[in-house]
Write a protein that binds this ligand. Structure first.
Ligand code: HEC
Ligand code: HEC
Ligand code: HEC
Ligand code: HEC
Length: 191
């Protein structure tokens, strides 16, 4: 056994092996496979199918989203669940995936407290508040991956929008998109 490990990391004699030990090749291959799996998991858990698999039948957010302009509009540019709910920066993305991932699986398969009959009454506002807070904390960054205020042509916006769409004013007031725009993909919770 010892000789096997030794051989794995010893420089090969043949010139065409470039003097790289076999272990080096295997090490790299394992690393690449791990990275590919990790990448695949990140992507697979960002699709609408993944989110909808749990949410359909438990609550009504998917059906509401399907009726919204962010799912079907004149331009055919649509926002997926993850576009709005999962930050794009690596740290934010991992935080969201790990914390809500663990909680949601636990709630869905063990607690099972949310269903179509009690969702609107007992759960929607609590969950919406959680989303508002999360979006507030990241300055509505997910909205801005599509809507870039620096590129807004304010002149062509309706006057109410024009007056409210000044990033310098938001900064002063400490507001971002989500402070003014709620209920854009789902029914607005009653407060
Ligand atoms: C394993 C099942 C499951 C999957 C998959 C799932 N969810 Fe959920 N989700 C839940 C449950 C259960 C809750 C309620 C959690 C609670 O009661 O605190 C929830 C709550 C939420 C909330 C509201 C509050 C919060 O936690 O921020 C959002 C937003 C959400 N999910 C979005 C998504 C998105 C986006 C995806 C896909 C990327 C997704 N969910 C995939 C089960 C799931
Ligand atoms: C993937 C891209 C994308 C993301 C992410 C996105 N939007 Fe949109 N949004 C659009 C497009 C495209 C339209 C135009 C739909 C139309 O008017 O036909 C739109 C329309 C809107 C409208 C006007 C129509 C309506 O439903 O009232 C508002 C307000 C809006 N978005 C706010 C937001 C906010 C707030 C967020 C973040 C929570 C967000 N959007 C995230 C692409 C996006
Ligand atoms: C201070 C409040 C405020 C903030 C912050 C704000 N908006 Fe608005 N927005 C408005 C108002 C008011 C309207 C006009 C709504 C109407 O006329 O029904 C509007 C309209 C819009 C529209 C429709 C424009 C059109 O041409 O009809 C979009 C899209 C939109 N906002 C997206 C965003 C996004 C994305 C952000 C963050 C980058 C944002 N808004 C930040 C108040 C705000
Ligand atoms: C355009 C952005 C956008 C898209 C797309 C979107 N959401 Fe949301 N979602 C929000 C916002 C904003 C809230 C906070 C409550 C509100 O203002 O309606 C929210 C709230 C929620 C909640 C809490 C319950 C509630 O009704 O407030 C859940 C669960 C949820 N979303 C899941 C999903 C799932 C699953 C998808 C895809 C099928 C999705 N969302 C697509 C923006 C979005």
């Amino acid at each position: 056994m010892k000789s096997f490990w030794k051989k794995l990391w010893s420089q090969p004699n043949a010139k065409w092996l470039l003097g790289i030990p076999l272990g080096g090749f295997l090490f790299l291959a394992a690393g690449a496979a791990a990275l590919a799996t990790f990448n695949f998991s990140l992507r697979a858990t960002n699709t609408n199918e993944f989110c909808e698999g749990c949410h359909i039948g438990m609550d009504t957010v998917v059906e509401e989203y399907h009726a919204s302009k962010h799912y079907r509009n004149e331009y055919g540019i649509i926002a997926t669940c993850a576009d709005c709910h999962v930050p794009q920066d690596f740290v934010g993305k991992m935080k969201t995936k790990i914390s809500s991932g663990i909680k949601d699986v636990y709630k869905k398969y063990w607690v099972k407290d949310i269903n179509l009959n009690n969702f609107d009454q007992d759960h929607r506002l609590r969950l919406a508040r959680h989303v508002w807070q999360a979006m507030d904390e990241q300055g509505s960054s997910t909205c801005q991956s599509c809507h870039n205020p620096a590129k807004w042509d304010l002149k062509v916006q309706p006057s109410r929008a024009r007056h409210n769409h000044k990033p310098e004013v938001w900064e002063e007031k400490g507001v971002s998109c989500i402070d003014c725009h709620t209920g854009i993909a789902h029914k607005k919770p009653f407060r």
